[in-house]
Design a protein around this ligand. Structure first.
Ligand code: NDP
Length: 450
């Protein structure tokens, strides 16, 4: 990159850091995008004159609110709730809700920012948003989770709606939490409407929505491998996390003939050299979704290795799908993966690779699919849920999976169009950033200075 661009990026980032102090994850996400976009914008001066990059990095609206609730002992608990309405140029705000003790404004702004580009890549009419709370569902009874969700939605309901802002799940928010929030929205507003996605199948949900992010990340991986003339069959996969995204990535990799040998949670990882098949996955689903237990119990049950306090990136694998959380692959981890022969990384999680790790992947010329492209299948299928809610007609499982597959193939094509470099190397980071940017930027230009 030329010195001129480096100076422009530094100046832009100095403004972002000054305006958003202490929000390191937000700085990280914006910088990665700015590195792709500033050279592109130089060649497309209409975006420069309209200050699109400065505008896109400023949320349209931020809500921050108190969520008070009463625990099972009768004690009052106070959490903080957020909703970031980042960009509505191409549709109503759309993006998940995260309940995790680490949640703060900077983390949600990074996620909302990524969401703008991701949603644009899906080709569906969805703007970008994100929200959540520092509430920790771990160790809480179902009644406590319900009381928290009801209190959270009592405030959130005034900011969301099917044509305004449509939240979904994310870390700590699955079908159970969506149900409690939907019930409270309906009670307050007296409307049965598609205000949330990820709903239960009997009350407006879409088939394949739970599977969508993990399946989509695997379809994206498949497309990246096709460019190299190979497939998933026979490949050994390391997957992190054991929640929604990890579970369905495991299922799809297995269905396509790959062997998943690791899963993890925040306490450690398991290594199963024989691979996680449907039966073992059913155990993981029961363990994580019903019993809400720890992944170490898998090692006890199947007599395999459990490594406490570590992530799975030291395990030899051909392909890696990080599906837990942000910054879970360090530079060292990335080097280990590459040295061990890993040829492709598809990010099921949002920003799981640090900037240094991304640098290692790009320099090594392995196929690296960044989250905003690779995990867009979740929000894409949320978009399909919104369509079904508007039509009041459900689509079959096959229909939704086929649509999801087509969307992922098209996202991959867009990344190739804008990310192709010398010797047919595809820089998916640049491809996703530019491919996601154009539609939003052109819509902002058309809608005037707002
Ligand atoms: P879940 O809550 O279902 O699962 C999260 C998993 O990641 C759990 O295994 C959890 O372990 C682990 N984890 C969470 N935080 C940490 C941490 N700080 N360190 C180590 N492990 C951690 O969430 P999802 O599967 O829905 O989300 C996973 C990732 O995918 C997130 O980055 C999310 O933003 C992204 N994503 C999700 C989408 C969706 O549709 N759900 C869509 C697009 C992206 P533990 O149980 O110990 O907390």
């Amino acid at each position: 990159m030329s010195d001129m661009f480096k100076v422009q990026i530094d100046n832009f980032m100095a403004r972002i850091v000054a305006k958003n102090p202490g929000e390191s994850e937000y700085h990280q996400a914006v910088k990665e995008v700015a590195e792709s976009l500033i050279p592109f914008i130089e060649d497309n001066p209409q975006y420069k004159e309209a200050k699109i990059l400065d505008r896109i990095a400023e949320p349209e609206r931020v809500m921050m609110f108190r969520v008070a609730w009463v625990d099972d002992k009768g004690q009052i608990q106070v959490n903080r709730g957020f909703r970031i309405q980042m960009n509505s140029a191409i549709g109503p705000y759309k993006g998940g809700l995260r309940f995790h003790p680490s949640v703060n404004l900077g983390i949600l702004k990074f996620l909302a920012f990524e969401q703008v580009f991701k949603n644009s890549l899906t080709t569906l009419p969805m703007g970008g948003g994100k929200g959540g709370s520092d509430f920790d569902p771990k160790g809480k009874s179902t009644n406590e989770v319900m009381r928290f969700c009801q209190s959270f939605m009592t405030e959130l309901q005034r900011h969301v709606g099917p044509d305004t802002d449509v939240p979904a799940g994310d870390i700590g928010v699955g079908g159970r939490e969506i149900g409690f929030m939907f019930g409270q929205y309906k009670r307050i507003r007296n409307e049965f409407t598609g205000v949330l996605t990820g709903k239960g199948i009997q009350w407006g949900g879409s088939l394949i929505r739970p599977e969508a992010t993990g399946y989509g990340a695997t379809f994206f991986l498949e497309e990246m491998l096709k460019v190299k003339g190979i497939g998933i069959k026979g490949k050994v996969a390391a997957i992190s996390g054991s929640g929604n995204v990890a579970q369905y990535a495991t299922q799809k990799v297995h269905q396509l003939g790959g062997k998943v040998v690791t899963l993890s949670d925040s306490d450690g990882y398991i290594y199963d050299p024989d691979g996680i098949d449907e039966e073992k996955l059913a155990f993981v689903m029961e363990l994580k979704n019903q019993k809400r237990g720890r992944i170490s119990e898998y090692a006890d049950k199947y007599k395999v290795t459990y490594v406490a306090g570590k992530r799975p990136w030291g395990v030899k694998c051909d392909i890696a799908l990080p599906c837990a959380t942000q910054n879970e692959i360090s530079e060292e981890d990335a080097k280990t993966l590459v040295t061990n022969g890993c040829i492709a990384v598809s990010e099921g999680a949002n920003m799981p690779s640090t900037p240094e790790a991304v640098e290692v992947f790009l320099k090594s010329k392995i196929a690296f699919g960044p989250g905003k492209a690779a995990n867009a299948g979740g929000v894409a299928t949320s978009g399909l849920e919104m369509s079904q809610n508007s039509m009041r007609l459900p689509w079959s499982k096959e229909e939704v999976e086929e649509k999801l597959h087509t969307i992922m193939v098209n996202i991959h094509k867009t990344c190739v169009t804008y990310g192709i470099e010398d010797n047919n190397f595809v820089n998916y980071v640049r491809g996703a950033n530019i491919g996601g940017f154009i539609k939003v930027a052109d819509s902002m230009l058309a809608q005037g200075v707002i």
